[in-house]
Design a protein around this ligand. Structure first.
Ligand code: AMP
Length: 563
């Protein structure tokens, strides 16, 4: 007999009459996945674990998860006192510090939404973002205050600005407060959690490479599940014995989740403050015994240049994560071969919380020789549990995962955006619930995804695609190159052709032909750039990636010499 038959409300008969009753009641506990539990756990089990910060004032400051917890509780009270209620947006405009970390938990614990602002965003866009988010309170690092105050008259939603500093250092003004003096008056007694795990926890705007930036509203549940995912050995593999340096800023997609996964694992955190130069990072790594660090390629390149110039070491570092932009082969080889560091190349985006794929080897790949392994390591990698990928062609048809055909990369999972904040951009999922990443990629039979380009950066020459990333990765290995980019210029016959833009290292000279010769035999002949342009600066966007939109605008009207 069908156990689902019977009238509504009537007990469905089971085989023995009792089983059916059990199946209707949840047998496991309802334990909402809210992120306050992460810090509760860190306090309870890793309370003495250190959180070390290079403070903006300069000295190293040491605290612990137990202390961060206590101060976060007081921060919650402080915010409630300023009128913050569940669902309100509280923004932070701050570098990676222990203090910034405690404010996150203080905000999210009471059901308010932590909105991370990027200090590198230019003023007009910052004003747009704060106004669109309707931020009520902004917590700001003292060095970033002047830029914020310059916008103040144009921020109608903002009722209070709290400066993350001591009373003596903060200028007086209406609605302007010193964090430490408010915190000193606030009690630790406040209730956290107790709301639905789907409640919003964090808000982060995308870099806005086209149109206005759009907000991604993370839920407690999505952050919690993303934390479990990143802790896996093949993703970040953090543990209570790890010493983690989150170089990637907290305003860049939750420092790739490290703000949650470090306290979850009980790992020691080393927060670099605002100094992300090679010398400052090397010193922190050596003195604090850092074992794991995460950053974009330009930062890793800066550290590498410093190590080579000074002979300094990074002996404690065992594993690094490179993401946010493609990791060039020369960079990967240098860390792996010269410094004995395991490199995890990762792809992600703000809309994906952000980790989407990681290039850790499978047993089959680990059995290959070093060079063959490197070919996989250079790809952006495989999706962990909780991320599903597919490729689509321009007509929306699924493409085979043969490592050759490339199409639009689509992604879905419980930590992937369903829509943007305030429904900007309307429906963003396809009929199967996949989000269009705007990236072009291949997926090989081992499941390794490789980004060939951002869809808007692809170069279409004579109806065929040229991967700018692939050419850039080769040129980045040239010893005279500090930074490079390949962009499309219009062409009367081929529609578009690639042009190589190069910033040479200090005191280096090179010619167009040096680079064209260097590329000879390394790429297909028809991929060869039509010209090489030397620049004194290559502009970077707010998250440290080459700003190709600006480069293309600067090149408008440029024509390559006839070949
Ligand atoms: P954001 O949301 O600012 O982190 O930007 C996400 C975008 O950065 C992705 O859609 C990719 O275009 C790019 N990206 C991130 N990681 C990588 C990577 N490992 N290789 C190439 N592009 C990447």
């Amino acid at each position: 007999m069908d156990s689902n038959s019977g009238n509504p409300g009537q007990e469905p008969p089971g085989q023995d009459g009792r089983l059916a009753d059990w199946t209707r009641r949840p047998l496991m506990q309802d334990w909402p996945l809210t992120v306050d539990r992460i810090l509760e756990h860190a306090k309870a089990l890793h309370g003495r674990q250190e959180v070390v910060t290079r403070s903006l004032e300069g000295p190293i400051v040491r605290t612990s998860y137990a202390e961060i917890y206590r101060r976060a509780k007081r921060c919650s009270n402080l915010l409630q006192h300023l009128g913050v209620r569940p669902g309100d947006r509280v923004a932070t405009l701050a570098w990676n510090t222990g203090r910034h970390l405690e404010t996150w938990y203080g905000i999210m614990g009471i059901g308010a939404i932590c909105h991370t602002l990027n200090p590198r965003t230019f003023a007009d866009q910052q004003r747009y973002i704060i106004t669109h988010a309707e931020d009520k309170v902004i917590l700001v690092d003292l060095p970033l205050l002047p830029a914020l105050l310059a916008l103040r008259a144009h921020l109608p939603s903002v009722t209070h600005i709290v400066v993350l500093g001591d009373p003596g250092s903060v200028p007086e003004g209406p609605g302007l407060h010193a964090y430490e003096s408010l915190l000193a008056q606030a009690s630790e007694d406040v209730a956290w959690g107790g709301f639905d795990e789907n409640a919003p926890a964090g808000l982060c705007y995308t870099s806005g490479t086209t149109g206005n930036p759009k907000g991604v509203l993370y839920s407690h549940r999505s952050n919690f599940l993303h934390t479990f995912m990143t802790l896996a050995q093949d993703v970040m593999g953090l543990s209570a014995r790890a010493v983690v340096l989150p170089i990637v800023p907290m305003f860049h997609a939750n420092a790739w989740g490290l703000t949650f996964s470090c306290p979850a694992a009980g790992a020691k955190m080393v927060m670099p403050g605002q100094r992300l130069d090679g010398a400052a990072l090397q010193e922190l790594i050596e003195t604090e015994g850092v074992t794991f660090a995460a950053a974009v390629p330009t930062v890793w390149q800066g550290l590498l240049d410093h190590l080579r110039a000074t002979g300094a070491q990074i002996g404690s570092l065992r594993r690094i994560m490179i993401g946010g932009a493609a990791a060039p082969e020369a960079l990967l080889r240098a860390y792996r071969d010269d410094y004995g560091v395991e490199v995890t190349h990762a792809w992600g985006m703000t809309e994906v919380s952000p980790v989407g794929t990681v290039s850790t080897a499978t047993d089959e790949i680990a059995a290959l020789d070093a060079d063959a392994q490197l070919r996989f390591n250079l790809k952006q990698g495989r999706a962990p549990l909780g991320v599903e990928l597919k490729l689509k062609d321009e007509a929306g048809q699924a493409l085979p995962e043969d490592g050759v055909q490339f199409g639009r990369l689509m992604v879905r999972g419980p930590a992937v955006a369903r829509r943007y904040f305030k429904d900007e951009g309307g429906e963003i999922l396809d009929e199967d619930g996949y989000f269009d990443t705007g990236d072009m990629a291949t997926i090989d039979p081992h499941g390794f995804m490789q980004i060939t380009d951002r869809a808007k950066d692809v170069i279409k020459s004579g109806g065929e695609w040229i991967s700018s990333i692939e050419i850039e990765n080769i040129v980045a290995g040239h010893p005279k190159v500090e930074l490079c980019a390949v962009v499309a210029i219009p062409h009367p016959k081929w529609d578009e052709r690639p042009v190589l833009l190069v910033k040479l290292r200090a005191d280096q000279a090179a010619t167009r032909d040096d680079f064209l010769d260097y590329l000879q035999g390394r790429i297909a002949r028809w991929w060869m750039p039509d010209d090489v342009v030397f620049l004194s600066e290559i502009p970077l966007g707010p998250t440290g990636k080459v700003d190709k939109k600006r480069l293309r605008a600067d090149l408008r009207g440029f024509t390559a010499p006839p070949t």
